[in-house]
Write a protein that binds this ligand. Structure first.
Ligand code: SAJ
Length: 424
């Protein structure tokens, strides 16, 4: 495909990697973001997001002259919208960034342009929210201006690999819009590209993440049942998954991140009557920190004086630094509300002024309980013999079935496993 000028609105977790992929494959990219510090950092060829290999690609894209970052859009061949679509306190989607980005590009649209929405959005967004704004350009939608939805599907921690390898769905407001989208993404996508209509593409994206959320809720419900039964949920899942058609997900402290913990609400908002399983699953996963807080109160109930808890890992999943919607952060909040615990945090991936981290030995010093919150790979090689020597009481709660319980018990720990031990 000949070189295209592509304007990408929003340079976050999806917009930035997408921009550098297009830029390093020969297209000319205008990246637009409202945040001055993001603009300056990127124009200095430094990445604003921690993601494997992204810094190298940002450098290549900016130094080649193919990626320029600014505050406002300009005339282009293609416009890609990759702005956040968070959920509000009332669990409905906050579409203000999509609306603002669509309004911002409207004055720069010309005949023959393609507008693509990548942000995960409630069903109906393209036709009900975007098309009326785009029509204000005076261009005939579907004839002079093409519009498509190509939902992002990449996994944080593997974004660049998955941008290339994953299959993609592109939904167009008509066949031509979808085909133009396919020709563009083929620049760097090696996976299959499936064409469909916008409403189908919107529904696919939401249900993919909902599928995972519902399955995790089932695993979490099973964990709570197993605790009452005195059975080890991890062993139940391991053995059940030997069945050729069973794939039970992993229980844990809850579901975090900006996707699984958010997207299912978009479908609940639109179809409240029908989404009984989906909303119950969402609430089940959201309640897991509460369940763990009860368990922690139980573990610490006989210890007198002020109690200290050491939390290993506060991110929403392992080996990344992202703490958005992290269930462990919710758990810390609940623990602070319930009792005046001393809480120390150990997390090699987090550098955050609100959540100060400590090194392991000072964090564990005089501690009454270690909680393994996230299974960062670094925690697999912790020397718990040394750690135990600085603790006041040797209790350990493993929320992920990550540590060697037998070994810890040999070292004098009382090892509590989420999904197995809980006797109120
Ligand atoms: N989790 C469990 N048990 C499991 C799997 C995950 O408790 O069996 C928890 C994790 O600990 C984490 C949360 O769920 O807190 C989400 O983690 P994840 O790795 O499942 O997914 P995300 O949110 O990082 O990325 C998802 C991906 N969607 C799917 O796998 C269907 C990704 O492909 C999407 O692009 C991304 O959402 C998105 O942006 O929508």
């Amino acid at each position: 495909m000949e070189k295209q000028k592509i304007c990408i609105m929003g340079l976050g977790y999806i917009g930035l990697p997408t921009a550098v992929m297009f830029a390093t494959h020969g297209h000319s990219i205008v990246g637009v973001d409202l945040n001055e510090s993001i603009i300056n950092t990127l124009n200095n060829a430094r990445s604003t997001i921690k993601e494997p290999y992204l810094d190298i690609l940002v450098q290549a894209a900016v130094k080649s002259g193919n990626l320029k970052v600014k505050k406002t859009p300009e005339e282009s061949d293609v416009f890609i919208i990759a702005v956040p679509t968070p959920v509000k306190a009332d669990k409905t989607a906050d579409m203000s960034c999509v609306v603002a980005a669509t309004k911002a590009i409207a004055p720069f649209l010309r005949e023959g342009n393609l507008v693509i929405l990548e942000s995960t959005s409630p069903p109906g967004t393209v036709n009900e929210i975007m098309v009326p704004i785009l029509a204000e350009s005076g261009l005939k939608i579907g004839e002079q201006l093409m519009v498509a939805h190509s939902p992002e599907r990449v996994l944080p921690g593997r974004i660049l690999i998955e941008l290339v390898e994953n299959n993609r769905i592109i939904g167009g407001i008509n066949q031509k819009s979808a085909e133009m989208g396919r020709d563009l993404y083929k620049t760097f996508v090696n996976g299959e590209i499936y064409l469909t209509d916008v409403a189908t593409a919107e529904m696919c994206k939401i249900i993919e993440n909902t599928f995972r959320d519902v399955n995790i809720a089932l695993a979490n419900e099973l964990a709570m049942i197993c605790e009452k039964t005195g059975v080890n949920v991890w062993e139940v899942i391991r053995l059940s998954n030997k069945h050729p058609r069973v794939n039970i997900h992993q229980p844990g402290p809850g579901v975090g991140g900006h996707c699984l913990a958010v997207d299912p609400w978009f479908i609940v908002e639109k179809y409240p009557e029908e989404t009984k399983i989906i909303s119950l699953a969402r609430r089940t996963n959201d309640a897991m920190p509460e369940h763990l807080a009860d368990k922690i109160s139980f573990i610490l109930k006989d210890i007198s004086g002020r109690k200290k808890i050491t939390v290993l890992g506060i991110t929403y999943k392992p080996d990344i630094g992202d703490i958005r919607e992290s269930p462990i952060i919710h758990l810390i909040g609940l623990l602070k509300q319930r009792q005046d615990y001393d809480i120390s945090i150990v997390d090699p991936y987090v550098n955050n002024s609100e959540y100060k981290t400590e090194d392991l030995l000072s964090g564990a010093s005089e501690s009454d309980l270690i909680i393994l919150g996230v299974n960062h790979k670094e925690f697999a090689s912790v020397n718990f013999k040394v750690v135990s020597s600085v603790m006041r009481n040797r209790n350990l709660l493993d929320t992920r079935n990550f540590l060697n319980g037998d070994e810890l018990e040999r070292l004098g720990f009382r090892y509590y496993l989420h999904g197995r031990d809980y006797h109120l």
